[in-house]
Ligand binder design. Structure first.
Ligand SMILES: Cc1cc2nc3c(=O)[nH]c(=O)nc-3n(C[C@H](O)[C@H](O)[C@H](O)COP(=O)(O)O)c2cc1C
Ligand code: SF4
Length: 427
């Protein structure tokens, strides 16, 4: 497993985010080369051969997603998903703040491959510096001729429009995202039709995450082989992991996929705060099932390995939990979030996420009753697989997982009306 860096490969300085600095690092050469010497299909083939998989959560192969699109359709759209709303996830923000041009170049290359004239960036509305840095980079790119009509003198033209998000977690779901771009309430849509067939304004659409698209210039510069030499065979490349919670050195770490989780926590991040023991880890953003310390001994950070632990890599937001944390109260934080963020469009998610939060709130208030945990389990079964989008599953998975793995804590809380953890080490 080799490990080069695709993102954290330059020192961050006061002007390292500018066009001049990016060009100094070889930026926009992949685009120049593609427009002069490659056909659009060559770009798609290279991305396909690299094995790049989506970094937004589901890990879908990017080249395959692009190949589903009919490039001869009168209009094809590309949407960059920069909503970054999953609790525990803060990687895309870094790309905007320090290297917006890498994303812009990746989007132009993707647009060239997909025959896209108009592309969109849907950026989380709460992002401030990210938005300003992106807008500065956009005007630099337009002035330099990387965007707009006849890019770099070629016959290819492309515009990117930036939309600030609607302030809802669900707007990060791909169909909700383009519904919001259209100016409607960000409600997810039933699939099929899938976005590749009918997405934004009913045209074939590709939705890709920021980190996914920002990998493309590196792949086009260094080749698919160099990319697939990093990471694992089925999940190649590097990933930006955002580590939060009870570690000595929280932050962002770019590592090859397949990197041991134990090494990330105890070597890169310096181990657990205040000499405490590790209690649990949420590996890929708040909706991914939790891992216990014995799992952390052997789990690697790639989709295939984590699936053997019945969890997911998700968006790479690793939340580390030390001994002393009350898992009942932690679940309450999550259930409140999902109940609040349900868009209310489908009954199982709208009612179920609120019921779950009501029951957990009651337990936390010391008023839990016998049968509450069974009710929670029953509600999760009613939600999972029965909703328009995956938010319903995301709300249910932590509930079922926390109860199964920390049953004694929940039973104690209900029986005694208080937590068995006096430590009050909240996350
Ligand atoms: C409720 C919900 C929220 C989501 N939020 C995001 C998000 O903030 N950013 C993101 O890239 N993907 C998010 N996704 C996943 C997207 O639907 C989609 O799979 C992703 O943008 C595809 O990009 P990729 O193939 O490059 O990973 C979310 C999914 C759901 C169900
Ligand atoms: S699952 Fe929840 S968030 Fe998704 S469409 Fe249904 S109600 Fe809305």
């Amino acid at each position: 497993m080799t490990s080069e860096r695709i993102f954290f490969n330059f020192p961050v300085t006061a002007d390292s985010h500018t066009l001049k600095a990016y060009q100094g690092r070889g930026g926009y050469q992949a685009l120049e080369n593609a427009l002069k010497t490659l056909q659009p299909i060559d770009v798609e083939k290279e991305v396909m051969a690299s094995g790049l998989r989506g970094r937004g959560g589901a890990g879908f192969p990017t080249g395959s997603k692009w190949s589903f699109v009919n490039k001869k359709a009168p209009v094809v759209y590309l949407c960059c998903n920069a909503d970054e709303g999953e609790p525990g996830t803060f990687k895309d923000r870094w790309i905007f703040e320090h290297n917006s041009h890498q994303l812009i170049e990746g989007m132009i290359l993707a647009a060239y491959a997909l025959n896209v004239r108009n592309a969109f960036i849907y950026i989380r509305g709460e992002f401030d510096l990210s938005f300003r840095r992106l807008m500065d980079a956009m005007s630099e790119a337009y002035k330099a001729g990387y965007l707009g009509e006849n890019i770099l003198g070629s016959s290819f033209s492309c515009d990117i429009r930036v939309m600030q998000g609607g302030g809802a977690y669900v707007c990060g779901e791909e169909s909700s995202l383009y519904t919001s771009i259209e100016g409607f309430k960000g409600y997810p849509r039933n699939k099929p039709p899938f976005p590749a067939v009918q997405g934004l304004y009913k045209a074939p659409t590709v939705v890709n995450n920021v980190e996914t698209l920002a990998n493309v210039p590196w792949i086009m510069t260094n080749g698919a082989k160099a990319f697939s030499a990093m990471g694992t065979e089925k999940h190649p490349g590097t990933k930006i992991f955002g580590v939060s919670g009870h570690v000595k050195k929280p932050g962002l770490y770019e590592l090859p996929l397949g990197y041991p989780l134990k090494k990330l926590i105890f070597e890169e991040c310096g181990g657990i705060l205040n000499g405490k023991e590790l209690k649990a880890v949420i590996p890929g953003g708040s909706s991914t099932p939790i891992l216990l310390p014995q799992d952390v001994e052997t789990a690697n950070l790639d989709a295939e390995c984590l699936s053997t632990y019945r969890t997911m890599l998700g968006s790479g937001g690793v939340i580390v939990i030390a001994e002393g944390v009350c898992m009942v109260r932690l679940l309450h934080t999550l259930s409140r979030f999902y109940a609040h963020e349900s868009c209310g469009q489908c009954t199982p998610c709208r009612e179920g996420s609120a019921w779950m939060n009501d029951i957990i709130s009651r337990i936390v208030a010391g008023k839990g009753v016998k049968g509450d945990l069974e009710s929670l389990e029953r509600i999760t079964k009613g939600i999972m697989g029965n909703t328009v989008c995956a938010l319903g599953d995301a709300a249910s998975m932590p509930v079922i997982n926390f109860i199964t793995k920390f049953r004694a804590e929940f039973d104690y809380y209900i029986e005694h009306g208080r937590s068995m953890n006096d430590g009050r080490l909240e996350i």
